[in-house]
Structures are given as C-alpha cells and as structure tokens.
Design a protein around this ligand. Structure first.
Ligand code: NDP
Length: 261
C-alpha cells in the first residue's frame, strides 16, 4: 500500500527515543525525510545518522529544549532552513509527573504547561504557514489516556495533556480550510526505555518484569504494554493520505484500558 509519504518532511519532537523514535522510523520507512528533536544532542545525531543510512532518506537532528520559546524557534528555523518548510509536525515530547495539587508549586505547573502545551502552540504557529504554502499538512499531538482518565499521582500531567487535546481540536477547526489535518492520539501503556528504567528502580533487576506486568494487569483490557512500533503504525497511518477524511479527532490506542465509551 502506498501511503503517499515519500518525500514529505516530518518534524518529530522527542523523536530520539521511545514512541517518537518509532514514529520517525515508521515515517522514514515510508520515504519521508525526518527531523529529530530532543535535548540530548549526541543521541539525536546518532539516531538521525542511523535512520538516514537505514532508509535512504534525509534525517537531521535539531538538539533543542522545546519547553522554551528559544528552543522552539531553533526547531522552526533549523527545519525551515534545511527543507524550506515541513509537511508533518508530530508534537510528541513529554514526560510524566508525580505530585499532589496541594504541594506542587507554580514553577512545576509552568514547566509542564510549556512542555506539553506551549511547545505545540509555538511549533504550530511556526510550521502551519509553511504547510499552507505546500498545499496542506498534518499535525499530530501525542497526549495520553490520562487526558481523560486521570492517574492519581500525576495531576499536572493529566491537566496539561487534557489541554493539549483541546488545543488540537481548536487548531483543527482553524486550519481545516488550508487542507491541514490535526488529530490527537491518546496512548495507554507503551513500553519505552523510560518505563523499564523506572521499573528497575522500583523492583530491581530481578523483579522489574513482574512489576511491569502488575501495572499492565491493573490497567486491564489486553493486560500488556504496547511496543513503540504498535503506536507508530497508528501515527504513520494518520499522517498518510489514507486518513484524508480525519481531522479534529482524538484516537485512543490503549489496549482497552479506557473505562468509558
Ligand atoms: P520517552 O521518555 O521515552 O522520550 C521522550 C522524548 O522527548 C525524548 O526524545 C526526549 O529527549 C524528548 N524530550 C523530553 N523533554 C524534552 C524537551 N524539553 N525538549 C525537547 N525534547 C524533549 O517518552 P515516551 O516515548 O514514553 O513518550 C512520548 C510521549 O508519549 C510523551 O509525551 C508521553 O507523555 C506520551 N505517552 C507515553 C506513554 C507511555 O506509556 N510511554 C503513554 C501515554 C502517553 P531528550 O531527553 O534528549 O530531551
């Protein structure tokens, strides 16, 4: 099946590991050029070089902290200079939190607001005009099942991911006339290196797999983690022409964890 992604240019924030890296790989496998964004420069460059070699596409790294306005500007300038604009923006960079509302200070709320919401706002503002010039485009926002089904220990994560979902819907309405499709994906449990690291910290080398299984069992549904590639397949489809009637929606890819309709 030709997904129509050959030669497209995609920016993937957090494209250097985990879900974002799998999405970058999936897009590159379809012939798209990719821009990997992350703070750790070495890892970003290594993965870009590997993807370019493996898939015969152009892959570049832009090391930047997208929780800052300057970092977003660097991504917009770098991608525009290299490719003259982009066709696909994947707002994926993000991380979990751990606090109570009573104890968390403003600075923590502000950090997550900047990372999960303002980065998407700033990058959309920078890239939408170039998408318009190119005749259309795709923005995908990676929120979380926690945007609608909160986990008790991460109120800031739940709240900022819910805001990202609403931003996505609102942007979709604004740019539908420009042939730019905007959607949100809400993943459930996805086995990224970070989950493994945390599980090892909690349960040790011998107990981490059992710990991860207990997390999956508690979620219910399929009672297992997805691989990053399973998520990436869904992202790649939504980026493609095969999803041409899809905009303004939120798609859950959570193995049945969501408890509501
Ligand atoms: P990882 O921790 O594996 O990767 C996060 C990526 O984001 C890395 O590339 C990291 O690179 C980058 N990143 C983090 N902060 C910044 C920043 N300030 N500026 C630029 N880049 C940054 O995450 P996952 O793959 O697990 O998650 C990806 C997204 O999916 C997140 O938004 C997460 O909330 C969401 N999600 C994940 C789920 C899961 O189970 N894994 C479930 C539901 C949603 P670097 O550290 O070098 O900056």
């Amino acid at each position: 099946m030709d997904l129509g992604l050959k030669g497209k240019v995609a920016v993937i924030t957090g494209g250097t590991v985990g879900i974002g890296l799998a999405v970058a790989e999936g897009l590159a496998a379809e012939g798209a050029h990719v821009v990997l964004v992350g703070r750790k420069a070495d890892r970003a460059h290594e993965e870009a070089t590997r993807i370019a070699g493996l898939h015969g596409v152009e892959a570049i790294a832009i090391p930047a902290d997208i929780a800052t306005s300057a970092g977003c500007d660097a991504v917009i300038a770098g991608a525009s200079e290299k490719f003259g604009g982009v066709d696909i923006l994947i707002n994926n960079a993000g991380t979990g939190s751990n606090e109570t509302i009573e104890e968390a200070e403003d600075a923590k709320w502000q950090f997550y607001w900047d990372l999960h919401v303002m980065a998407a706002v700033r990058l959309a503002r920078g890239f939408v005009p170039t998408m318009r010039q190119r005749g259309g485009g795709v923005v995908l926002n990676n929120a979380s099942i926690c945007a609608v089904q909160p986990l008790w220990y991460e109120p800031i994560y739940n709240t900022t991911k819910a805001a990202l979902m609403m931003f996505s819907k609102t942007l979709a309405n604004e740019v539908v006339k420009d042939n730019i499709r905007v959607n949100t994906i809400n993943p459930g449990l996805v086995l990224t290196p970070d989950w493994v690291k945390t599980a090892k910290q909690i349960a040790g080398e011998s107990g981490y797999e059992a710990h991860l299984q207990s997390v999956a069992d508690e979620a219910g549904g399929m009672k297992r983690f997805a691989t990053p590639e399973e998520l990436a397949n869904f992202f790649v489809f939504l980026c493609s022409n095969k999803a041409s009637y899809s905009t303004g929606s939120t798609y859950f890819v959570d193995g049945g964890w969501l408890k509501t309709v």
